[in-house]
Design a protein around this ligand. Structure first.
Ligand code: NAP
Length: 243
């Protein structure tokens, strides 16, 4: 087995994904920059390589089966295995999203990317992850997916707009993360969900208060968990997020 640690970050051409790739690269990983747009992907790869990161481009649209399969083939042919998969690509579907007025096609689109996209890419990469001595999967969720925080049940209420596509897509993703963790019981694979905080990116018109680098920190930590680390958890910088 190769000694080089290989990571794949989806949606890595900008925002938090780019900084996750930069952070893993700075920590010695060879990083696949998963992105659907050729120009944006190659620009990110060039920028990361100029910064000293061993980055390589991985054409990847998380909504397309063929694309996920081709991405796995590319990584298999180059490296033969994968140590860390960060499912970061995500969309909001645009606001407003009040349940009583939503165009239901937006819900389908958001779930296709934020939930089914994660399952599609994870399953395509699993044979490669299983060849790693310490496979790690991180699903980029959000505290708006916390039902406890959305309902105020834990005493802390998440701010943010009423959003019937985006917020429930992250609750769905959290539930999916738990089911994977259950299936992976007894294996070396650790899978967790991460919340980056409210980060200034394209996703929210740069209204976030944290930098993408700050938003990347929890995902980087979870991608590098030591053996025996947590699995089936939901984490932010300060610790666990309630489901
Ligand atoms: P961003 O700057 O808009 O980046 C999103 C990334 O996902 C882009 O690279 C985008 O690629 C990619 N993407 C979208 N659909 C894709 C698809 N079908 N296939 C491949 N890539 C696709 O947003 P961000 O804030 O960094 O968000 C990253 C993750 O963090 C998301 O999962 C988001 O839900 C989560 N998050 C963000 C915040 C926040 O405050 N920003 C808070 C909580 C959670 P293109 O450039 O091609 O569109």
């Amino acid at each position: 087995m190769s000694e080089t640690r290989i990571a794949l970050v989806t949606g890595a051409n900008k925002g938090i994904g780019y900084e996750i790739a930069a952070g893993l690269g700075a920590r010695g990983y060879t990083v696949g920059i998963g992105a659907r747009d050729n120009e944006r992907r190659e620009a990110a790869v060039a920028k990361l390589r100029a910064a000293g990161v061993d980055a390589f481009g991985v054409p990847l649209d998380v909504t397309a089966d063929d694309s996920a399969t081709a991405a796995a083939t590319l990584i298999e042919q180059r490296y033969g295995h994968l140590d860390a998969l960060v499912n970061n690509a995500g969309i909001t579907g645009g606001m407003p999203q009040e349940p009583t007025r939503v165009d239901v096609s937006i819900i389908r689109t958001v779930v296709e990317t934020n939930v089914i996209g994660v399952i599609r890419v994870t399953n395509a990469m699993l044979p490669l992850l299983r060849r790693s001595a310490a496979p790690r999967i991180v699903n980029m969720s959000s505290s708006v997916g916390s039902l406890t925080r959305q309902s105020g049940a834990g005493g802390v209420t998440t701010t943010g707009p009423v959003a019937v596509a985006y917020a429930p897509s992250k609750s769905f993703l959290n539930a999916v993360t738990l089911q994977y963790a259950r299936e992976f019981t007894g294996t070396a694979i650790l899978i967790n969900a991460a919340c980056p905080g409210f980060v200034a990116t394209d996703l929210n018109g740069f209204r976030g208060v944290r930098t993408p680098e700050q938003g990347a920190a929890t995902a980087i930590r979870l991608a590098m968990l030591p053996d025996g680390g947590p699995t089936g958890g939901f984490f932010e910088d300060d610790g666990e997020v309630p489901w």
